[in-house]
Design a protein around this ligand. Sequence first.
Ligand code: DX5
Ligand code: ZN
Length: 221
Amino acid sequence: MGGKISPSMMCVDFRRLEESVRALERAGVEYLHFDIMDGHFVPNFTLGPDFIRSVREMTDIPFDYHLMVERPEMLLPVFDIREGDIVSVHQEASVHLQRTLQQIRELGAKPSVALNPATPIYAIDEVMDDIDLVLVMTVNPGFAGQKLVPSTIRKISGLKERLLAGGYADVEIEVDGNVSWENAVKMRQAGADIFVAGTSSVFRKGEDIEPLITKFRTCIG
Ligand code: DX5
Ligand code: ZN
């Protein structure tokens, strides 16, 4: 099965939101990635529950929530989390990570642990039974348009090996940050399954989304 695409909605042209969502539907993307930032865990604010609710009214594409917030468990009730959605919480922001992952599972969503570039992959060793995915940050979180942290490519392959060795072949690897066409090829070769597509691939000023998605798919097999 080929790689899956999760376009980063903080990069969308907000003046053409509904038109962009329709184009993403026509292009057959598997998820929509929503970056939630609280100004504490990362020095930025982005998308809120009202914005996300309005997108939910436009489409049935599953949502891919990326909670870049302190104490993410406090925010689970704030967002409209549904069966089939992904919810990624940062290992670095979760004192009771295993309980939070259980809460996400109880909501019917896919629990996922996000790891910053400096966080080693063994940080998830004790929650492998509780996750459906690992979100490997390939930039330091907080902003679109950043440059890849090169060591994260090796990290993806190390994580893939660790998951396979532990009998967790079903746990998917999502990658997020400067997932350009060139970087996406390397990330796919390293073992990535889901690709957060932002300003370096499918949301490029003045360019139509659908042909960019078609080109992006050729990079992820
Ligand atoms: C960064 C976010 C990413 C970002 C991706 O903290 O998690 O999803 O929007 O944007 P690009 O692809 O421009 O790095
Ligand atoms: Zn993200």
